[in-house]
Design a protein. Structure first.
Lengths: 321, 547
């Protein structure tokens, strides 16, 4: 598959929210719609009726679309994802980010393929929710076991939900099981993360600014940024990212590699999925720099930044940056 | 009072066990007033004005055939396509001859291409399957035409192959196509999620109202051609009832339409409904307000469990598929249960699409719960399609009072292919185990799911009594039906499955005068040539409709 994309920044990023019935997808989506992320979100849902929004926030409602006063839009998929995408594409101004709710039995990896393949869209991440009260029984259920296990395996980030409802032993057991089955997928608890939009949506490079940090302090996560006008060694850099997957949740930004010194490369990492996209050139607006979101208990900003700096190539950076 | 018309025939197979054979049937105002012989019906004839119509004196009359499960609207989208099929398809206005082998396929495609007048008209063909037609790709199709858009739609509907002109015609950005994981620009293949990109590009053409109307007109001829007088549209709407209903009314609700359609609505519309099943019940309940003479919503409703059979997305119990892939659920199991409960408690007749044995298992689990919670007799809960099943499930179907409506054509078209490439001989040969079903006394219908199988009840019956696969092998002869069982499955039992057995399905006093008129008696025909019996035409509500 060709790596070169014409204008990667024109594509609207899509976050796919997966998980079996009752995993908490609707709760998350209700919070996203009313959230203080500062983004103009387009949210595609299966079941319009489950959306619970304060009437004061609703600006307009016509059949399949709900427009909110904060600029967000909610659209019903109604068995036709293609036409829902068409509705979203026709919005002016364009949405900053699309959140797509996969149905309870859908394989979110397959839904992500739709998003990835639809003109004008780009996949940001697959976030899969797992209700820690019911996950164990669902995973072994004879009807839905295979479906649920496939959903979990497709995740870039796994969120354990309803941790406050289940007893601690069950939460721990479920988390252990997930870690054993999916050692390379970051597993997060939902206690505060539902409000931590940069974990779910990533930093939005379309607007050339990152999503504002949440006001509440969340001890689970740390952020870091790395900025240095150097060339990096591609394979060493990739090795650093891979070695940190798990504790490192997200990494995004532009860098320049010594094997393509005249082009900027877009780095996008969510969970264990890493994409490097070479731009056609090195426009000055693509400033060398990376932002990271990580789990504080396992990683720190200096460790990350030092590890990236250590990938510096001996070749000098061309003058035009 | 309207005159009585007495149709005399070489033989009338009434499908009424109390009087299985007759030679005359008296009809007034679309209703049968007496079945028997010219002599036995004298009291009626002496009392009322009448005339004898002996045009069927060399023919055999059967009750009008019934297919309780096809999809007219989907067929309306596909019938305007050019058929190039591995197996023969007989359609009213054309026969799609069996085309097997790579070169034969391309020759036929070229022939069609050259027969089109308008050089810009897209050529959409359906029926391609690589097992029979080899590797057809973008370059091969460019060889057929560099300028005309050509779309090859695969037999299972899950893949389209396009030539360069077709890719340009869809006006899609090649960069977008290149990065799509399920589009191969080099070969021109659009599959799985890539297919939806192609269909989006073809949508305005495929669903154009004029094309849809033309398609419905073709469906109408196909239904008549098969000898049907009643069909079930087993999932209404296709996409959008507001758009489809006016066209259905326009084309079907006309004096020249010799059949009626029972419309069975989807239990779920517009995404999900967890916790609000009552809204779906209200919606379905309200649909009867639309009823006309020929288009009728009754108390049936349609649910879906597992994925498509041709697409190998049925849910299987262990040991699953040879290649280890998994099927899919079309509706989450809990949602199927919630909806089934709502409609069960409201007294509905529930039809559940189940293709694999895990799908059947889910439907039976739910039915068992519902029977425990609120027992019902005569509920007509029906397993639809019935691809892969187990003998134990059949016994449970009987225990729970459920019915079976089977797409027996699976066995004919896919028996060999699934034996060799999908699930192995044991389970492939026992697909649609109708012999076991009959031994348990379960009322059973045969259906075509048109366009999954030809809409020809005699063809379905032929598969059921012979179980001959595409290669000519006889698969699980223990599961064959007798001629009588197969004939019941396209008449009386099919009527029972639609809850219409008091009106149609057999020839007796009081029922609608719906007949299928044959040139030979199925009961006296060799089973191997059952499907070749010529059909003269039908009588719908007393009115003859020759083919």
């Amino acid at each position: 598959m060709a790596l070169a994309k014409d204008k990667p920044r024109d594509r609207v990023p899509v976050t796919v929210i997966g998980g079996y019935l009752g995993a908490g997808k609707t709760t998350l989506i209700n919070r996203l719609l009313a959230g203080d992320h500062g983004l103009r979100l387009a949210v595609l849902v299966n079941d319009f009726g489950a959306i619970n929004i304060d009437a004061d926030l609703i600006a307009d409602h016509d059949g399949q679309t709900l427009a909110l006063t904060n600029g967000c839009v909610c659209c019903s998929i109604a068995d036709d994802l293609g036409s829902a995408f068409a509705t979203i594409s026709a919005l002016t101004p364009h949405a900053d980010h699309i959140v797509l709710e996969a149905s309870g039995v859908a394989d979110p990896g397959r839904i992500a393929n739709y998003a990835f393949g639809t003109p004008g869209l780009d996949l940001d991440s697959i976030v899969v929710l797992a209700d820690c009260e019911t996950l164990e029984s669902h995973m072994t259920d004879r009807f839905v076991g295979a479906t649920v296990r496939r959903q979990l395996a497709a995740a870039d980030l796994l969120f354990l939900t309803k941790t406050d409802l289940a007893d601690t032993a069950q939460v721990a057991r479920t988390a252990d099981r997930l870690r054993r089955d999916h050692p390379d997928i970051p597993i997060l608890h939902n206690s505060d993360t539902m409000f931590r939009w940069d974990v779910i949506l990533g930093a939005n490079t379309n607007r050339n600014e990152s999503v504002s940090a949440p006001e509440i302090h969340d001890h689970q996560f740390g952020t870091a940024s790395w900025r240095k006008a150097v060339l990096l060694d591609r394979s060493r850099f990739l090795a650093v990212l891979r070695s940190q997957s798990g504790p490192l949740l997200r990494c995004k930004g532009w860098v320049r590699f010594d094997d393509t010194p005249d082009k900027s490369t877009l780095v996008q990492m969510v969970g264990n999925r890493i994409e490097l996209t070479d731009a056609r050139d090195a426009s000055p607006e693509r400033k060398n720099g990376l932002t990271f979101i990580f789990l504080r208990e396992a990683l720190s900003a200096p460790v990350l930044c030092d590890a990236v700096s250590a990938c510096q190539s001996s070749a000098p950076l061309p003058q035009n940056v | 009072m309207t005159e009585i018309i007495v149709y005399t025939a070489r033989k009338i197979r009434t499908m009424n066990p109390s009087m299985p054979e007759a030679t005359a049937v008296a009809v007034r105002d679309g209703m049968i007033v007496e079945t028997g012989t010219a002599e036995t019906m004298q009291p009626w004839l002496e009392a009322h004005p009448h005339r004898i119509d002996d045009r069927f004196s060399d023919h055999v009359i059967m009750p009008g055939f019934i297919d309780p499960h096809l999809h007219p609207s989907l067929a309306a989208v596909l019938l305007p396509c050019h058929f190039i099929t591995a197996l023969e398809w007989k359609l009213p206005d054309r026969v799609s001859p069996p085309v097997q082998g790579h070169n034969a396929y391309l020759d036929r495609l070229t022939e069609i291409e050259q027969s089109l007048d308008d050089p810009g008209e897209p050529l959409v063909t359906w029926g391609f399957h690589k097992i029979w037609h080899g590797d057809v790709n973008r370059q091969t199709l460019n060889g057929v035409s560099k300028t005309r858009p050509i779309f090859v739609w695969q037999r299972s509907f899950h893949e389209i192959i396009a030539n360069d002109a077709a890719i340009d015609w869809m006006k899609l950005n090649r960069d977008d196509l290149e990065r799509h994981p399920q589009i191969e620009l080099a070969t021109g293949r659009f599959f799985e999620t890539g297919l939806s990109v192609a269909l989006e590009g073809m949508k305005d053409y495929l669903y154009a109202p004029a094309r849809f109307r033309d398609g419905l007109e073709q469906v109408k001829r196909v239904v008549h051609f098969g000898g049907h007088t009643t069909i079930g549209d087993m999932a209404v709407p296709l996409v959008d009832l507001d758009r489809e209903w006016p066209l259905l009314l326009d084309v079907i609700e006309r004096d020249d339409t010799p059949f009626r359609v029972q419309m069975i609505p989807r239990a779920i519309a517009r995404g999900g409904s967890m916790g609000r099943e009552n809204e779906q019940l209200d919606r379905v309940h309200g649909l009867t307000a639309l009823n006309t003479h020929r288009l009728q919503f009754q108390n049936g409703v349609k649910l879906f469990t597992d994925g498509g059979f041709y697409a190998e997305l049925m849910q299987l119990q262990e040991p699953g598929f040879i290649d280890g892939h998994h099927g899919e659920w079309l509706t989450p199991p809990e949602m199927v249960e919630g909806l089934a409960r709502e409609f069960w408690n409201a007294g509905y007749r529930i039809h559940v699409h189940c293709t694999g044995d895990l799908g059947v298992e889910l439907a039976l689990e739910i039915l068992e719960k519902l029977q425990f919670e609120r027992p019902r007799f005569n509920h007509r809960f029906t397993i639809e399609h019935f691809g892969v099943s187990t003998p134990e499930q059949v016994r449970r179907i009987a225990d729970l009072g459920a019915l079976v409506s089977a797409n027996i054509y699976y066995l004919h078209e896919l028996g060999d292919a699934y034996w060799k490439h999908s699930i192995g001989f044991e389970r492939a040969s026992q697909m649609a185990r109708l012999g076991t079903v009959a031994r348990h006394g379960i009322p059973t219908a045969l259906h075509s799911d048109f366009i999954m199988a030809p809409a020809q009840p005699l063809n379905s019956a032929w598969v059921a009594v012979n179980r001959i696969s595409e290669s000519g092998a006889v698969l699980a002869p223990e599961e064959r039906l007798t001629i009588d069982q197969a004939m019941r499955a396209i008449t009386t039992d099919a009527a029972y499955i639609l809850g219409m057995e008091h009106e149609i399905g057999s020839i007796r006093a009081g029922k609608k005068a719906d007949f299928t008129v044959l040139e030979a008696d199925p009961y006296e025909t060799k089973p191997e040539v059952l499907r070749d019996i010529p059909i003269w035409g039908t009588v719908f509500e007393g009115r003859p409709a020759p083919l």
